[in-house]
Write a protein that binds this ligand. Structure first.
Ligand code: NAD
Length: 728
């Protein structure tokens, strides 16, 4: 074990250097923690050592805890987790006390954290236990506690220390939202103590160690008369903070994220007791969060599997296909967005539309986004000029010469798409890959217009392109591996998350979203109170209720999709009841948010005001309303069963893609880890029971898939049991 090395210089300053040899970023393991503890003991015991610098041998300090450690802790059950966490607390507390007499607070040795770059999670909790945190002025570095983003919270004292350092109100964005800061902002917020030029980092740390006074080593919470900044819970100001924080967290999370609730409880209860007891309380709540299946599911989908997909878990083994010159055809909402994210990633882009004016408008979209970035100080004028210089807006297909990838984003009309395909193929080389951004038209059908169907693929972006992280790659019947690799390499270049699915109506994401919206609208037709429909969805963790979602995507798009689906399915079309409502809304001119009128009412500026009260005149609210759970089961199962069917049909080939795609694509209840994660949480046997009941009461659209019945019979889940899945 050499994750930490130890040296002492001629002036008696010890340096403990963190450098995990096998990894590009330091992550903490159980063994490394034990070694760190030994080295601290060594420094404290050595009379020749005056103080300690804790730093990193890499350009960054640390990325956080090794997630396998968390998995191992989980596998041992609650007691093992609690004991493991308490061991960490003991080591960090030893650093904080640094050998001082607990009564007189004298006799300790100064320990300083010197951060060359990024310091996340335990990579900040460890420095927070030191007496001073000095960071190199590295604007790319990220400093913070992002644990909440993957369903846990800072459990190695970070929660308790940050609240005591800054007060609950100031610590809230860092703990509850996982806010990350560059070193200067971290210093301004009080997260760290000092920022110095990168070349001066170690010299300044040494100076501090050699000049530190005994009082500099005493943490405020260990000094007599300490009071929580901003007030403890029973102080009038503190009371307001805690009440406000609870309301804010419940408002934002609807109570479905166990980590947010546990974090709040740890902060509140911890603020009422002495520091060491607060650490114990933090450890208990952390244990409860780790034991909750939601945290396993969130870490799995939002961290491990998301990263695996980004690194090309399902990439065919062909040579690097990075895109050098991209052609985007159609400079409308989607094409303009695709051009922007690509140019921003350093790719040369030719943006074509049928008129120069439309092409220029598409390019102006990039300019607008870059200007916003400048206003927010995220983009420089040079960067803006560079990005814009990479985009050529034109009507001339000859400019596509030399492109190695084309993304077509013209009107959703097979005829227009076929014409464009032929024009592009006449202008580009035979190796060029042609991708369509269609959202509804089967790829294999569109590929018929191509001379080279093996090079033809779907790359389905979500709107708005610059914000949405998911890209759905669709393999047509004849699409070859090189085209898939090209699409995956392109998605990696623009730093988004890909899933690869096979070709079928609506691919994967829209296939699941549409039944969700339809189930909501169907309930309106049945007389279910619209507020019950919307709130039931939100209370189970959906970011938008189905009626708000259809307002956002527009009622006319819904009508268009319904008509096309009906035409394709004929008598088998199951959604007549939905269409009655949808078509009536369209007849009323209530086309959704863009028309300032839909299932919701909007004010003149487009702000949503509340559910539209005119709906009840046509669809009166029934006297008897279903219970909340029934509404939630209908809304969730409508999506989840479609995901299972997509897996059964071979549209999805990897449940990881199904789960990551659902959360990033349409915000499927992130606390559950995705549709398959949710099924594993409730268990196949319960899922079968729910589906059988819904089939009996609602109809065949809830028919239990055979796959679920088989799983219920054998007691299997989609993922291996918790500990095993994480360790894999
Ligand atoms: P849009 O109407 O905003 O843009 C289409 C653009 O294509 C227009 O600028 C139009 O002038 C141009 N165009 C039309 N025919 C052309 C031709 N022959 N040659 C060159 N340019 C031509 O539409 P959009 O919303 O950007 O959608 C484009 C495609 O992306 C569609 O296939 C759509 O289904 C798909 N899509 C849309 C969304 C969405 O949310 N809007 C999401 C995913 C995919």
């Amino acid at each position: 074990m050499t994750d930490f090395t130890y040296s002492v210089d001629a002036d008696g300053v010890a340096t403990i250097t963190w450098d995990v040899k096998a990894k590009s970023m330091n992550v903490m393991s159980t063994d490394a923690f034990a070694l760190l503890s030994e080295l601290i003991d060594q420094a404290l015991a050595d009379a020749g050592v005056k103080g300690v610098i804790l730093t990193s041998g890499k350009k960054d300090f640390a990325g956080g805890m090794d997630l396998n450690v968390i998995a191992q802790m989980r596998a041992g059950g609650a007691k093992a987790i609690f004991d493991g966490v308490m061991t960490m607390h003991t080591v960090l507390r030893k650093i904080e006390r640094a050998g001082m007499d607990p009564k007189t607070l004298k006799g300790g040795k100064p320990i300083v954290a010197a951060l060359p770059g990024t310091a996340l999670g335990i990579g900040l909790e460890l420095p927070l236990s030191c007496h001073r945190i000095i960071a190199a002025d590295n604007p790319k570095a990220k400093i913070g506690l992002p644990e909440i983003m993957v369903g846990i919270f800072p459990g190695a004292g970070g929660t308790t220390r940050l609240v005591r350092k800054m007060g609950a109100m100031m610590a809230a964005p860092f703990l509850l939202e996982g806010k990350l800061s560059d070193p200067k902002s971290a210093k301004a917020a009080g997260l760290i103590d000092e920022v110095v030029a990168p070349g001066d980092l170690l010299a300044r740390a040494k100076d501090w160690v050699l000049s530190a006074k005994e009082a500099d080593l005493v943490k405020p919470w260990d000094a007599k008369g300490y009071k929580l900044p901003g007030g403890a819970p029973y102080h009038p100001a503190g009371f307001m903070t805690f009440v406000g924080a609870s309301a804010m967290v419940m408002g934002k999370t609807m109570g479905v994220y166990p980590a947010a609730k546990a974090l709040l409880a740890a902060v509140y209860e911890g603020a009422l007791v002495p520091f060491d007891t607060a650490l114990k309380i933090e450890a208990r709540h952390f244990t409860s969060v780790l034991m909750n299946p939601s945290s396993t599911a969130m870490i799995r989908s939002l961290f491990i599997n998301k990263e695996a997909l980004e690194k090309g878990a399902n990439r065919p083994k062909v040579a690097d296909q990075s895109v050098k010159k991209l052609g985007v055809i159609g400079a409308g909402m989607m094409g303009a967005g695709i051009a922007y994210v690509s140019a921003n990633a350093g790719i040369e882009v030719v943006l074509i539309d049928s008129t120069q004016e439309a092409a220029d408008r598409g390019k102006a979209h990039s300019e607008g986004l870059l200007d916003k970035g400048i206003q927010r100080r995220k983009v420089t004028a040079e960067k803006k000029a560079e990005v814009l210089a990479r985009i050529t807006a034109t009507t001339d297909y000859a400019a596509l010469s030399g492109c190695d990838l084309i993304v077509e984003a013209v009107f959703e009309d097979p005829k227009v798409k076929a014409e464009v395909t032929a024009k592009v193929e006449a202008a580009v080389g035979t190796d060029c890959i042609f991708a369509t951004n269609t959202s509804t038209l089967p790829i294999s059908g569109l590929a018929k217009a191509s001379q080279r169907p093996a090079n033809f693929i779907g790359i389905h972006f979500f709107s708005p392109v610059d914000k949405m992280a998911l890209v759905e790659i669709i393999r047509g019947k004849e699409t070859n591996d090189t085209a898939v690799a090209k699409a995956l390499d392109f998605v990696r270049q623009i730093r988004k998350t890909p899933i690869v699915v096979n070709d079928a109506r609506f691919f994967y994401a829209n296939r699941c979203i549409i039944p969700y919206i339809n189930e909501g609208i169907r309930m309106v037709a049945e007389g279910v109170e619209p507020a019950l429909i919307e709130n039931a969805a939100k209370l189970v963790g959906m970011p938008l209720g189905p009626l708000q979602l259809v307002d956002e995507t527009s009622i006319d798009l819904g009508v268009k999709i319904a008509k096309a689906t009906k035409a394709a399915m004929g008598d088998a079309y199951p959604d007549g009841a939905v269409d009655a409502v949808l078509f009536w809304m369209a007849d009323q001119g209530r086309m959704g948010k863009k028309a300032n009128a839909g299932f919701y009412a909007y004010d003149a500026t487009g702000k949503r005001e509340g559910l539209w009260d005119g709906l009840a005149a046509q669809y009166p609210v029934a006297d008897t309303q279903p219970d909340l759970t029934t509404v939630q089961h209908r809304l969730l199962m409508a999506q989840v069963l479609e995901a299972v069917r997509a897996l059964e049909d071979g549209v999805l080939t990897d449940i990881r893609e199904g789960d990551v795609g659902a959360i990033l694509g349409w915000g499927f209840a992130p606390w559950s880890g995705g549709p398959f994660g949710w099924l594993d949480i409730i268990g196949a046997a319960r899922a079968v029971e729910v589906c059988d009941h819904l089939t009996a009461t609602q109809g065949d659209r809830f028919t239990t898939p055979q796959m679920l019945r088989d799983m219920a019979a054998t007691g299997r889940g989609f993922y291996p049991a918790a500990g095993a899945a994480q360790a894999a």
